[in-house]
Design a protein around this ligand. Structure first.
Ligand code: HEC
Ligand code: HEC
Length: 467
């Protein structure tokens, strides 16, 4: 058990009870709050003031004592290492899988990265599918690849073959900004090696790194109509930015609902996201996905009639990712950061990375309900151009579309995870590279960034680092 968490929690409870949290940002920090300015309280009442390597792992400070207990139970399960059945503790791993625990991919509740040259895959995975020849697949779930399913499981339990391994090659290209500064972008190429049976030539491959898992209850609590109000599929306002909702299959409601989670907004709820993680990433069944992910493959053994992870565990793990606190912004009053914030708005970044949203009610999670938050996302899909494309449609997301990722906490990734690899596959090695990969609907933002002076680009990055 994380004892330090309990100590932090007690300190936060005291400050909450003594009223710190009820004061507006202006009261706390002593300055006026202009309209275009976001307060340091990125997660509303769930914000914590911690910029250490634990910044992503702290429970929301406004949890009740019972909710705090439940969160800690979820924390234990999030860290639980699964093993091959039969076993007394945490059996059910595999037979094919990508990793043995949630935390192994979402290290420190933070983000993954692509492997270094001679490492095997840890926190990056490849989604696979076959082309949908009927109508390009628009609105349909990805078609599984026979013998593989919809994900390459690069590990397996003893006595069965893994599905394959992955090698990544990078090609560098130089981009020169208006003032002559050179930036080197690396183009990844994914090669599946050691495939245990031939892969069809037309297989579609989508690499994805594990995203951060804090603040997610807040994103789940944003009313659907708020998200849809930002959608502008036909670009009627003529700003070159459309924004399109994904609608994906909800296995509990048994109908298509708004997608919010994952790099293509391909999961509708955190419950289903977590159940899919157990199923697809670890080979563990739950009541939502009762059949083993290896069904129909030679690795498949027998199917348990009972879920390998109970509904109680599924629920506390879901609650855990719903109630991790959002770290507060830092240096909000620094003139360079303020300048960068202006440039962020001028470069149209905020058209997709929406600074301020209001949450509605999330049933059973009052701590994330009715909060003003600063996630810097619209949770919508955008065409990001051919260079970032995976060419693998996912429900309504086309091969060039990605969901705007939230930017809160992005300045702490280096401290928490020890790297600065960004974008869906971690190809960007720092924040500037991430911006210069933007294309498609975000091409104008990229152009504006290229035309900035060095001082301006530095300010923009200083602002991102303050998030
Ligand atoms: C093999 C690595 C791996 C493992 C193990 C793993 N995840 Fe993930 N997780 C990912 C990747 C990659 C994504 C993005 C998936 C996508 O875009 O399709 C993701 C996405 C998520 C998201 C959505 C985040 C967002 O911002 O949309 C949540 C929540 C999550 N995982 C929780 C879990 C939990 C809980 C477990 C354990 C039961 C788990 N993950 C196990 C790699 C992993
Ligand atoms: C048209 C919508 C749009 C605009 C405009 C836009 N972005 Fe993005 N941004 C995205 C999407 C979508 C991604 C994810 C792309 C991917 O992973 O392939 C992204 C990714 C990022 C990332 C990496 C996030 C992560 O978690 O890896 C950063 C940083 C970022 N954007 C900053 C900016 C800045 C700064 C600007 C303005 C100069 C900007 N964006 C303009 C949609 C947009």
């Amino acid at each position: 058990m994380k004892k330090y968490l309990i100590v932090i929690y007690l300190i936060l409870i005291v400050s909450f009870v003594t009223g710190c949290n009820s004061e507006s940002p202006m009261d706390v920090f002593g300055f006026e709050t202009p309209l275009d300015f976001t307060s340091p309280l990125s997660g509303g009442d769930t914000t914590i003031f911690d910029a250490s390597s634990h910044a992503f792992s702290i429970p929301a400070p406004n949890l009740s004592a019972a909710a705090f207990e439940k969160h800690l139970e979820g924390d234990v399960e999030f860290e639980a290492i699964f093993v091959t059945a039969p076993a007394v503790v945490n059996p059910g791993l595999g037979p094919v899988y990508n990793n043995v625990s949630c935390i192994n991919c979402h290290s420190r509740d933070g983000r993954g990265r692509p492997p270094d040259a001679d490492e095997e895959l840890v926190s990056l995975l490849l989604r696979l599918s076959l082309p949908n020849t009927e109508d390009g697949g628009d609105g349909k779930p990805p078609i599984p690849v026979p013998g593989y399913g919809t994900q390459l499981n690069n590990r397996s339990i003893v006595g069965t073959p893994a599905e394959g391994a992955v090698k990544i090659e990078y090609f560098e290209e130089t981009i020169t900004t208006e003032d002559g500064t050179r930036v080197y972008l690396r183009y990844p190429n994914y090669i599946i090696t050691e495939s245990y049976q031939p892969l069809p030539e037309e297989v579609q491959v989508s690499p994805r790194v594990a995203p951060v898992v804090f603040g997610l209850g807040l994103l789940e609590a944003i009313p659907e109509k708020t998200i849809l109000s930002y959608a502008d599929e036909m670009d009627i306002n003529g700003d070159g930015i459309s924004g399109k909702p994904n609608f994906v299959w909800d296995v509990v409601k048994k109908r298509y609902t708004l997608g919010r989670f994952g790099w293509k907004a391909n999961q509708p709820t955190l419950l289903q996201q977590v159940a899919s993680a157990y199923h697809d990433d670890m080979g563990i069944t739950t009541s939502l996905f009762l059949l083993e992910n290896s069904l129909g493959q030679p690795q498949h053994r027998m199917n348990n009639t009972k879920p390998e992870v109970s509904d109680e565990i599924l629920e506390v793990v879901t609650f855990y990712v719903q109630t991790l606190a959002v770290p507060a912004r830092r240096n909000v009053d620094d003139p360079q950061v303020r300048h960068g914030e202006q440039l962020f708005l001028q470069a149209q970044c905020a058209s997709c990375h929406i600074p301020t949203l209001r949450t509605g009610t999330l049933l059973g999670v009052p701590s994330v309900s009715n909060q003003t938050i600063h996630p810097y996302t619209d949770l919508l899909l955008h065409d990001m151009g051919q260079d970032l494309a995976d060419n693998r449609p996912d429900f309504h997301a086309s091969g060039t579309e990605w969901r705007t990722p939230p930017l809160w906490g992005i300045g702490l990734v280096q401290t928490v995870n020890g790297h600065t690899n960004f974008l869906h596959d971690g190809r960007a090695r720092d924040l500037m590279e991430a911006i210069l990969w933007h294309g498609g609907e975000a091409d104008k933002s990229r152009q504006i960034t290229l035309e900035m002076t060095k001082t301006e680009r530095d300010a923009l990055i200083a602002f991102l680092k303050s998030l």
